[in-house]
Design a protein around this ligand. Sequence first.
Ligand SMILES: Nc1ncnc2c1ncn2[C@@H]1O[C@H](COP(=O)(O)O)[C@@H](O)[C@H]1OP(=O)(O)O
Ligand SMILES: [Mg+2]
Ligand SMILES: [Mg+2]
Ligand SMILES: [Mg+2]
Length: 339
Amino acid sequence: MSYGKELAAAKNAASLAARLCQKVQKALLQADVQSKSDKSPVTVADYGSQAVVSVVLQKELDSASFSLVAEEDSGDLRKEEGKETLQRIMKLVNETLASDGTYGNAPLSEEDVLAAIDSGRSEGGPSGQHWVLDPIDGTKGFLRGDQYAVALGLLDEGKVVLGVLACPNLPLSEEKVGCLFYAQVSGGTYMQSLDGSTPTKVHVTDLDNPEEASFFESFEATHSLHDLSSLIAKKLGVKAPPVRIDSQAKYGALSRGDGAIYLRFPHKGYREKIWDHAAGYLVVAEAGGVVSDAAGNPLDFSKGRYLDLHEGIIVTNQKLMPALLKAVKESLNEKASSL
Ligand SMILES: Nc1ncnc2c1ncn2[C@@H]1O[C@H](COP(=O)(O)O)[C@@H](O)[C@H]1OP(=O)(O)O
Ligand SMILES: [Mg+2]
Ligand SMILES: [Mg+2]
Ligand SMILES: [Mg+2]
């Protein structure tokens, strides 16, 4: 099955959402930061990006069967204290849609924006098609002025069939910043600029010597156990220090061979969400890489909004995976016996 129409819509949606995010990041005021009940920061850009993606996908595709699993919901924006924020989001969304020329003829109302955000409440699952969106992945990086991504995937019968990652702050070349990665199942992974330059096919590194490998991990130590990663890297024989960047930009960078390994070990009790990995997973897999949990099982995106995982997520190329899995297993055993 081909997903050409869906891919074109997803690229448009993610690029436009990235434009909105860039505008907000430039003008970042402390007042833009809200606190969700889980204490993670959420900005007008997270909401705005989610609304833009939802609107564009529904305009481009059959909106009757539209299903979206996305991170944000409008709960806080419907409260009295959310009124001003909602106004700002509506303005941003309308300006962004108008800037494209295709979508801006009828401005959205506050209610339209709330509805667009809430279209992301789908539970996903093993049957039918579901879009999967993280409107800003790496909100902490976004707030710091560092890396973040708009991450959009499509599930079909429980499998990821499309992945699009817009990474506005990731260098594309020596002169240009801003990358759009996209992958279609069995179609390879491509990278282009956010304003639509000619795409180039990308591939993960073909390195087979771990001593020459470098590895990515979260910038935030609260998101991933840095000690465990360094133990694994040491066992593998990796010499280079970790490269710490925020968001699924790590998957994008890995897909083009910037680094060889990505290690992610959240603190105990944290449950991974499908929107934090769906797009990145396909971008890496179609570039020849392997993504698994710490026990070597493939990720299962068909279980609803969460991923059920063993311990963590590891990513590398096919040559390095056996040695990496061994190092992970030994390190986890060591950690367990030292407790
Ligand atoms: N306590 C946590 N542990 C692991 N990941 C987290 C935690 N809190 C938020 N995240 C999510 O981890 C991802 C970014 O992690 P990193 O940049 O470390 O790779 C984001 O999806 C972020 O959500 P969000 O989308 O709200 O930024
Ligand atoms: Mg968040
Ligand atoms: Mg995220
Ligand atoms: Mg997010």
